[in-house]
Design a binder for this molecule. Structure first.
Ligand code: MN
Length: 249
């Protein structure tokens, strides 16, 4: 039996210079990769690029950092929603640069969650910078249990917020860079069966270059080390988690 595939559950494939080459690498190296997008206008192209891929799935997104200028694109998002199984990147960002649009971000995120709840069956990759508590509150209010599954990407909230998210059923996609700050203490409170890995490429680096999905190996290694798992066990656990979350990839 072959090794379990690597998993990059949050990567911006459309932001690399040659997206089809990144997708081809995912297929050759067997990396289950979620290609998140930042604007719903990117959905048709991403869908087309990934149509024949066995390992890359596209996600429909409207990034909170763009909502200040592009909130009106929520209507484009809603139009495409029935075509998408995966949703992301969506969420909130209350860091100093984006906090001025937070009210608008909340309105847009509520519409995202309401649309997902109405259709059902979506798997959602969520950004929650300096806003984990607000994100969890909106999930509680607008995404009833059984109406969608959620993955908190690059979670940077408190450990008590992480526990609250676990109780809500959230999964977590963990990247290597998280371990430079509070990743170890956050990961310690997440059950083994809620963990996934990600690169958030090209926004993280591997050496001097932007990380590609193949570099999710670094996240796997630090995660395995922090849990005292062998790499083989880590790959098996994450594969099983991916199955629980989405069924067959
Ligand atoms: Mn991202």
């Amino acid at each position: 039996m072959s090794t379990d595939p690597l998993i990059d559950f949050h990567c911006h494939i459309d932001l690399y210079p040659d997206p089809p080459a990144v997708i081809a690498e995912c297929d050759q190296q067997r990396i289950c990769t979620l290609a998140v997008t930042t604007t719903p206008k990117a959905w048709p192209q991403n869908r087309q690029w990934t149509m024949r891929s066995h390992f890359v799935r596209p996600a429909l997104g409207i990034h909170p950092q763009l909502v200040g200028e592009r909130a009106s694109e929520i209507s484009v998002f809603e139009q495409h929603l029935p075509e998408a199984r995966f949703i992301g990147e969506v969420g909130l960002d209350a860091s100093p640069r984006y906090v001025s649009s937070l009210v608008l971000q909340e309105e847009v995120f509520i519409r995202v969650l309401q649309a997902c709840a109405a259709h059902g069956g979506k798997v959602i990759s969520i950004h929650s910078v300096r806003s984990a508590g607000r994100v969890l509150k909106l999930l509680e209010r607008h995404l009833p249990p059984g109406r969608g599954k959620t993955v908190l990407h690059w979670f940077s909230g408190s450990t008590s917020e992480a526990k609250r998210a676990v109780a809500l059923g959230c999964f977590f996609s963990i990247n290597a860079q998280m371990f430079r700050t509070r990743g170890t203490e956050i990961v310690a409170v997440i059950p083994a069966d809620r963990l996934l890995t990600e690169t958030d490429g090209p926004f993280t680096a591997e050496g001097d270059a932007p990380a590609r999905p193949i570099h999710v190996q670094s996240a796997l290694t630090v995660l395995a080390t922090s849990r005292q798992w062998s790499l083989e066990l880590a790959r098996r656990q994450l594969r099983s988690n991916l199955r629980d979350l989405v069924g067959e990839w």
